[in-house]
Design a binder for this molecule. Structure first.
Ligand code: ZN
Length: 220
């Protein structure tokens, strides 16, 4: 039987953290509480280290913390979920990067904050890009393709054009931004949320009602 989640090798190898890229039917083990933001497709990174009451609703699309034993997570259904930590698990981060987040480089904001605030070097950062809509399914208009090309100078892996139709690879564009910041420990999971029925997909399902969750926490 297949698992109700996908695991990243790079994160699984780190004994100091626990993580899950959930499928549709994933349930958090022991019904543990997960801290989520009110996601708004922006580029704001919220550091929750100094927030004592985690019951209040905070807006943003990336969570960063050194809090131990607290799952932080993002909800996606085609958008790109990204989980990060360091070798010593000095922090964990969960990022929601849809096309808007990708375009505004939210992942760059996250990594710059990590490098600044946690005195962690780019070499220490471990990063995993979870299941999202693949280049196989993510068709975009010509003008959007041009916008992305102007900003990122798209390479062969970042897009394709088939019979005049344009397709974008958001996950790969995020990966390039991450690599450019000197972070090379990056794993990209290639599951496509639209191709694989075990994931929710806005595009395929035509609904914004349901999301899968991607979560990470420090365990020691
Ligand atoms: Zn696909």
């Amino acid at each position: 039987m297949r698992e109700k989640y996908v695991k990243s090798n790079i994160l699984s190898a780190n004994q100091n953290i626990e993580h899950f890229f959930g499928r549709k039917d994933f349930i958090v083990p022991n019904n543990e509480k997960v801290f989520f933001l009110n996601q708004v497709h922006g580029d704001a990174v919220v550091n929750i280290d100094n927030i004592s009451s985690l019951d209040s609703e905070l807006e943003g699309d990336a969570i960063l913390t050194t809090k131990k034993n607290l799952f932080v997570g993002v909800k996606t259904a085609d958008c790109v979920p990204i989980l990060l930590t360091s070798r010593k698990a000095s922090f964990v981060a969960a990022v929601h990067s849809g096309w808007r987040g990708t375009y505004s480089k939210i992942i760059e904001n996250v990594i710059r904050k990590i490098l600044m605030k946690y005195q962690c070097s780019a070499d220490d950062i471990l990063c995993s890009i979870g299941p999202s809509i693949g280049k196989c399914c993510y068709e975009v208009g010509r003008s959007m393709m041009t916008r992305f090309d102007n900003k990122f100078v798209l390479s062969k892996e970042d897009f394709s054009t088939i019979d005049g139709r344009s397709f974008l690879n958001l996950a790969n564009i995020n990966k390039k931004v991450i690599n450019k910041l000197g972070v090379s420990n990056v794993e990209l999971l290639t599951n496509c949320t639209s191709c694989e029925d075990s994931f929710f997909s806005y595009r395929r399902d035509g609904s914004r009602m349901n999301n899968q969750i991607s979560i990470i926490k420090t365990i020691r």
